[in-house]
Ligand binder design. Structure first.
Ligand SMILES: [Zn+2]
Length: 262
């Protein structure tokens, strides 16, 4: 498993070489490098919010897709930390964003986008059916098993065999920086089997949660082969040079994970 940095015209992003060499598929995890947003300077903020001018975000998205060598035929979601999985396609371009935390498409030339600033973006690729999916999970999405439900949606809509899937988990807040309180720990205990596997560094009722491990486990439960689950294990909060982090900085810009067949 090799996560590799790529840079084009100052725009930096990460890819998994295993997916890059697959052919016919484009995926990337953005960084904050190479943009035009003052967050504080030249940041590649790819999510619309009150923090940044819409024209900056549009320009940043243009730069990002130019660096990928693709048209920006992007469908993003109105993410609510839930478990809805939207089936999307060309009809969604330029329309209101579907309200969901995961998306599936079988249409080539459509890029699914997940916005994050610590949460975990998961991209799923079914090379034999030429179907892709994307999912957004913080602790709420993890407890609601949005990753497993995304695999279920691919099975239901396209007949995907989970054993054929490749999963790519992008940069997200690591267990190193993700201390959570009793409310989160209790929710995990109620909804995840063996939740203790995903916590460490217990102290005064708090503990550090490993979102990557929990989501890898869920994907395996959904039928994915462990060797086909690629995880970046890059902590957004530790790496200020490359990533936005809500936990580190409070309200800030958004990273974008994208995937699509071309
Ligand atoms: Zn960290």
């Amino acid at each position: 498993m090799a996560l590799a940095a790529r840079e084009k015209d100052g725009v930096r992003f990460f890819v998994f070489e295993e997916l890059e060499t697959l052919g016919g598929i484009v995926h990337a995890f953005s960084t904050r490098r190479g943009g035009t947003s003052p967050l504080p300077t030249e940041d590649l903020n790819l999510g619309f919010s009150r923090l940044d001018a819409a024209e900056n975000v549009r320009e940043n998205r243009r730069r990002f897709f130019r660096a990928l060598g693709q048209e920006a035929t992007l469908v993003t979601l109105r993410q609510l930390h839930g478990d809805s999985v939207a089936l999307v396609g060309r009809a969604h371009l330029g329309q209101k964003r579907p309200v969901a935390d995961a998306a599936v498409t079988g249409e080539p030339g459509i890029f699914l986008g997940i916005e994050t600033a610590d949460c975990l973006p998961t991209l799923l690729v079914d090379p034999s059916r030429r179907v892709v999916a994307s999912a957004h999970a913080g602790w709420r999405g993890t407890v609601k098993e949005v990753a497993r439900k995304t695999v279920e949606k691919m099975k239901a809509e396209f007949g995907t065999a989970p054993g054929n899937l490749l999963a790519a988990i992008g940069p997200s807040i690591g267990a190193c920086c993700y201390e959570v309180g009793p409310e989160v720990i209790e929710a995990c205990r109620r909804h995840l089997p063996s939740p203790e596997l995903f916590f460490s560094r217990w102290k005064e009722g708090k503990a550090h949660l490993d979102l990557v491990a929990a989501n890898c486990w869920q994907l395996e439960q959904a039928g994915l082969r462990p060797e086909r689950i690629l995880a970046a294990r890059r902590c957004t909060a530790c790496d200020r040079e490359n990533f936005f982090s809500y936990r580190r900085d409070g309200p800030t810009g958004r990273l974008l994970a994208v995937v699509g067949f071309i």
